[in-house]
Design a protein around this ligand. Sequence first.
Ligand SMILES: *Cc1c(COP(=O)(O)O)cnc(C)c1O
Length: 356
Amino acid sequence: MHKKLFIPGPIETRKEVLEKMATPMIGHRTKEASALQRGISDKLRKLFYTKNEILLSTSSGSGLMEGAIRCATKKRAAVFSVGSFGKRWYEMAVANNVPADIFAEEDGFHTDPKKVDEVLSTGKYDCVTVTHNETSSGLTNRCDEIGEVIKKYPDVVWCVDAVSSAGGMKIEVDKWGIDVCVTSTQKCLGLPPGLAVCTFSDKALQRAKQIENRGFYLDLLKLYNVIQKKDYQYPSTPSLPHMFALDYQLDCILEEGLENRFARHKEMADYVRAWAKEYFALFPEEDYASDTLTCVKNTRDIDVAALRKALNERGLEISNGYGDLKGKTFRIAHMADLNMSDIKDLLEQINDILKF
Ligand SMILES: *Cc1c(COP(=O)(O)O)cnc(C)c1O
């Protein structure tokens, strides 16, 4: 039995999108391939509110995160972490010999723009990474406010992990001043996993040109250069099935309307948050609670594994807490193409199982 996915990736994918993955193949060095990638890039520019170039990577989002920190850091990176995915960026830096320091908040607490300012004012850093939406704690950072601070430091390249928010929450890349904004297909975009995308500013481009060893497969400059030289093509063979599906899904997203899509996510989030507060508590600071997933604090000490199992028997899947938060929290994703009736049904089933 298929279990409907309310987990923060991979998310439930519409049948029409899955069917697009089965489009007959084309050569990746053809005019059709160029047109496909150019179309995707144009549509993604709308989604990210940017004029910058769009890079695609046949990897999950982690691939472009790794490429970004490597290609954007000449001096030293300041990694602002609010949980597991922030830590991941630091681990990537260390694994790639990129000098970096981590500035971590306790789980459930946001990145304070003032702290970013203090750290950057030391002059030690030329790259900053921020997690827009931390999936382990269900928290959204205020990247607009963080951006205001980073603008004071023109030499700093700013990389944002928007893997679990892009397509579900408004991210104004150009207005906020983000240089590299990374996301994956299997979260708010509503596709299967396997492709990552990022925005790439001129500042990020100029920085990448100064980095001697950028790696090979995840070299953002190479991805950029091939687009320029070969009219929107990819250096190696990309996942064309994902590209067919993404092109189609972006049409659907733009047809729904970005503002409508963000409002739908917020409506689902408000509903789940109200439920969480009635029966449990929210895990993150309430003012920073995410619109794409809710991390519920297990104040009743329920057996989360047993709840998940009971939901599985009813064809539904939610997530346990991530890492150390397992059992102490559980997570309900409300992203991509899920709607209010899906969410109401899920919560009714949970109420029934827990006898609320
Ligand atoms: C899922 C996720 C990632 C990892 O993305 P992959 O596509 O699995 O590599 C990174 N950051 C955040 C915030 C995520 O939610």
